[in-house]
Design a protein around this ligand. Structure first.
Ligand code: AMP
Ligand code: GLY
Length: 430
């Protein structure tokens, strides 16, 4: 690694993921100064928030980097990646961790990823792409049900319909191609429905090499028992016990490696975090989708488990220097529970006061903040997902017990959470 001297880091984002990243980065002896744009009240405990910096304004981000002497920019969310922030920074000679816009198409375009899978024999559901309603409907009527209809572009979690009936599938096609999701739905992907257990695997990539950076399982539905609408994620644990070491190796070999090889062969090498959403089918692991960043809330369980310093890992990835790197992990399970504002994932009521975070942390948890803001001394709920309460334990049962014991010390009557985070792994433990 070239840089052994401490660095000034700029972290982009404002969610629970970024609070977890800020918490981890600030512990590094290689972090001289941490800036977060725009950040949130949680990240402010670990660095300096540039709350007024508009991260969609690339010239403003570049100017801030020059003014503050930033050595490395770490991009948290997908939107700035897909919008080409890393490209703009590279052109300005500023080093950034995360894929450029061409490589971020792995998340930004489902059709792009499906074509890559086809060209490089990466296991995934069979698919077809459509821009017109009539041929898409004809394809549905000739095919099997259930079937999955996906908008090609970024749709904030609303772009996937797993249709149990032909009518549902037809309605999804008509709504997406009819402009219901804007430009994200100008093209749809129709794919076979895969059956199995879902899990996520994270790989740190430098364009050529990929290093396993942990596994996790998320809880997408808003209510206990996996009921209700989809959310950004209501809780997670890491590792995912269903991904045995043999399966991890198989995913790295049959999915992650050919993806990196394929992206390089196409002239768009991928560096950053490759987050593979997997279905563990009877025929082996298959790729559901890629994200090109850490998951949220998955990051809130990966960072507390990571024993290695994160800064040299990110620097090595940006420098094409990951060969031989093996991250070290605590020998513990991490589990996080999201506290959300009433109404989430729909329109939420903001403005209620949150108390008791110190009591929760004194009970042995890490409380990462997402949709919060400060009003003088008061902490106020200001978003859908508001807090992520993370605890470690020797097994999922212990981590779950500690996370809920800490969460119950938080004084925020308006907030709600799922009470069954970890159920799948618990069933496996007993
Ligand atoms: P995504 O928004 O792409 O993460 O997809 C949302 C969810 O849809 C996934 O987590 C899966 O539960 C489900 N899904 C997507 N594609 C498929 C598929 N081909 N077969 C079965 N379920 C799928
Ligand atoms: N938790 C799902 C995501 O970050 O996309």
């Amino acid at each position: 690694m070239r840089d052994q001297h401490p660095l000034t880091l700029l972290l982009i984002g404002s969610g629970g993921r970024e609070h977890a990243l800020a918490w981890k980065l600030a512990q590094s002896p290689l972090c001289r100064r941490l800036l977060i744009a725009p950040g949130n009240p949680g990240t402010a405990a670990h660095g300096t928030n540039l709350s007024d910096l508009d991260v969609t304004d690339h010239a403003a981000v570049i100017a801030a980097c020059r003014r503050e002497g930033v050595d490395l920019v770490v991009v948290g969310p997908e939107a700035p990646l897909v919008a080409g922030l890393v490209d703009a920074l590279a052109q300005a000679g500023i080093r950034a961790f995360g894929p450029n816009a061409a490589a971020a198409q792995l998340e930004g375009s489902k059709a792009f990823t499906k074509e890559l899978c086809r060209d490089f024999a990466i296991p995934t559901a069979a698919f077809a792409r459509f821009r017109e309603v009539a041929p898409a409907l004809a394809h549905l009527r000739a095919g099997r049900i259930p079937v999955v209809v996906k908008a090609d572009g970024l749709a904030a979690g609303k772009g996937v319909v797993v249709a149990e009936t032909l009518a549902q599938a037809e309605a999804a096609v008509e709504s997406m191609l009819g402009g219901g999701l804007g430009a994200a739905g100008a093209e749809v992907v129709i794919e076979d429905c895969l059956v199995g257990e879902e899990a996520s695997l994270f790989a740190l990539c430098d364009g050529t090499n990929a290093v396993l950076l942990g596994t996790a399982q998320d809880h997408k539905r808003v209510h206990d028992g996996d009921k209700g609408p989809n959310t950004g994620g209501m809780g997670a644990y890491s590792p995912a016990p269903v991904l045995t070491p043999a399966l991890e190796a198989e995913v790295m070999e049959r999915i992650i490696r050919p993806t990196l090889d394929g992206m390089r062969a196409r002239g768009t090498p991928f560096s950053g975090i490759l987050y593979a959403g997997l279905m563990l089918t009877a025929e082996g692991p298959m790729l559901i989708e890629y994200n090109t960043r850490f998951g949220d809330p998955e990051c809130e369980v990966l960072m507390p488990r990571l024993a290695s310093d994160l800064v040299p890992l990110l620097v090595a990835a940006t420098e094409g220097d990951l060969s031989g790197v093996v991250p070290e992990w605590r020998d513990e399970v991490a589990l996080t529970v999201i506290m959300a504002a009433p109404g989430y994932p729909g329109a939420v009521a903001k403005g209620s006061e949150i108390r008791g975070l110190q009591a929760a942390e004194a009970a042995g948890a890490l409380v990462f903040q997402a949709g919060t803001k400060r009003d003088g001394d008061r902490l106020i709920a200001d978003g859908g997902r508001v807090l992520a309460v993370t605890a470690l334990g020797h097994d999922v049962r212990e981590a779950q017990g500690r996370a809920y014991a800490a969460l119950d010390r938080i004084d925020w009557p308006e907030g709600f959470c799922r009470r069954d985070i970890g159920w799948r792994a618990l069933a496996r433990e007993t």
